[in-house]
Design a protein around this ligand. Structure first.
Ligand SMILES: [Zn+2]
Length: 278
């Protein structure tokens, strides 16, 4: 068994001053690629399934059970995490199913409401021995709404963590979700300031929009879990497009998805080493 809670994996990185890559699973092939890439790098990894991906599949169980099976068979430490859940009932069902980590996203709520529900979800997750991540300051970019101007205030982060008892904190420091270019401008001073202000590891969302040197600078400033989704979708889809364009007679999905899976695998290996400051 190589499954751990994401907090155990992230704490290990925190001790080393590095970060863990957290990558989104949409299709079964993503789970396979993420684990294969981590095994080549010989580094721990977090597999994430978002509430949006669950909605896409129309059910929680099939994609989750497949991902949990892949994670359990891995030879490196892995964790399966529910990403951006706003539905508290979905969080409960994911914990029942065996997820060892959940993110409750109350970032659209006002501060007091976000504190109240995050605290309830923290108690629920902890009753399962699972990790809870929350978000303070809406990072934006989902559903086409880019809001890179929003910033989390260090003092708010400090009181939010103290009041809720959560394990991991996602903060708004200049990145934005769903970016297809890697030119986000991160506020490294703010990352360092929040890192000093709160006693728990920080999470960077919208990391697809951040270039390689800036990802490493974010880790050096105190980021400990780096979420990457869109960047991998870009690589996957480019590979599918290239294979289909080169052979119009292809009909077997295995023929064009396998090359995309292999491309994602190598990028996972590369990114995990990068975040490990290798
Ligand atoms: Zn996110």
């Amino acid at each position: 068994m190589s499954k751990l809670s994401s907090l155990e994996i992230v704490r290990e990185a925190d001790r080393a001053g590095t970060a863990v890559g957290a990558f989104n699973v949409i299709l079964l092939e993503h789970a396979e690629a993420i684990i294969a890439g981590a095994q080549i790098a010989q580094l721990p990894v977090i597999l994430q399934i978002s509430q949006n991906a669950v909605t896409y599949h129309g059910a929680l169980e099939p994609i989750s059970l497949a991902t949990l099976a892949c994670a359990t068979a891995a030879t490196v430490p892995t964790s399966v995490h529910l990403d951006h859940a706003e539905d508290t009932e979905l969080i409960r069902r994911a914990l029942d199913l065996g997820y060892d980590s959940i993110m409750y996203d109350g970032s659209k709520l006002d501060f007091a409401e976000n504190v109240k529900t995050s605290k309830e979800m923290a108690a629920l997750a902890h009753s399962y021995g699972a990790t809870i991540e929350v978000e303070l300051g809406e990072i934006g970019g989902k559903d086409g709404v880019h809001a890179p101007g929003i910033r989390t205030k260090p003092a708010d982060a400090k009181s939010f963590v103290a009041e809720t008892g959560v394990d991991l904190l996602a903060v708004a420091v200049g990145s934005s979700h769903a970016m297809t270019s890697r030119d986000a401008q991160l506020d490294f001073d703010l990352i360092a300031e929040i890192h000093r202000a709160v006693p728990i590891p920080l999470v960077l969302h919208g990391s697809s929009g951040v270039n390689d040197p800036d990802l490493q600078s974010a880790v050096r400033a105190g980021m400990r879990k780096i979420n990457i989704a869109t960047h991998l979708n870009h690589i996957f889809t480019d590979a599918v497009r290239a294979t289909l364009a080169s052979n119009e007679k292809l009909v077997d999905p295995r023929k064009y998805i396998s090359s995309a899976r292999a491309e994602v695998t190598s990028e996972i290996t590369r990114l995990l080493k990068l975040l490990n400051l290798e």
